[in-house]
Design a protein around this ligand. Sequence first.
Ligand code: IPE
Ligand code: IPE
Ligand code: MG
Length: 253
Amino acid sequence: MISAPTPPAEGDQIDTTDLPAHVAIIMDGNGRWAKARGLPREVGHERGVEALRKTVRAAQDLGLSHLTVFSFSTENWRRPVKEVNALFGLLRLYVKQDLKRLISEGVRIRVLGTRVGLPTDILALVEEAEVKTAANDTFNLCIAFNYGGREEIVRAAQTIAADVAAGKLEAGAISEDCFSTYLDTGNLPDPDLLIRTSGELRLSNFLIWQAAYAELVFQDVLWPDFGAKHLREAVAQFQNRERRFGGLATGVA
Ligand code: IPE
Ligand code: IPE
Ligand code: MG
């Protein structure tokens, strides 16, 4: 007897001609991952970097063009110094270990967030990563580090005010499109798909302007366990959503 074929898992039903232009991820759950194993939180963050490597690879393999990851928020300064230092150390390590490969793969790196408060060696590394990859366009990786959506908007407003005061910009010319160009994301497409791991159901100040119409996907997996399968599942969910942007559903007259 011939049995019916098993239907493909949701993550395998991806239409590669209709991928989200920009995927953003709140990489959450490193601490809980470590706690569940009786390990220090820092080990969870280390494993989180491994998951980031896998995810960038998976995004490239899937044919995505823009990936933004939330790696350290302006609010994460509230954590113990030891943990903040560990998170800074991991950014150092990631750039030092992966930059050469990312350059050779045509990855363009941008770091979103305020530079205020960052140690000088981190500033130098960030600068190096951005400058050395500036001409790349195969894949865009944005790392939101020392990033907060409200801080970004206020900083953009300050620059706009200074440009108006200097006569470089007319107040009446400040449109949504114009305002967007002053954000750290500049001319990047808005994220269409925003994923948060670890089961938390909030944005935590991530891309609050840019994600106005993003499709939100919350997954129960803790970030260190995230991989290609979860990314594909999220993209498949995205492709099953009907995006209306305030209009009417297709077929509704
Ligand atoms: C995400 O994991 C990494 C950062 C926020 C820097 P967490 O450290 O927030 O892990 P949980 O949420 O405590 O499990
Ligand atoms: C958001 O996660 C920040 C990052 C993933 C870098 P948090 O763990 O800091 O968010 P809250 O505190 O649970 O809202
Ligand atoms: Mg968290």
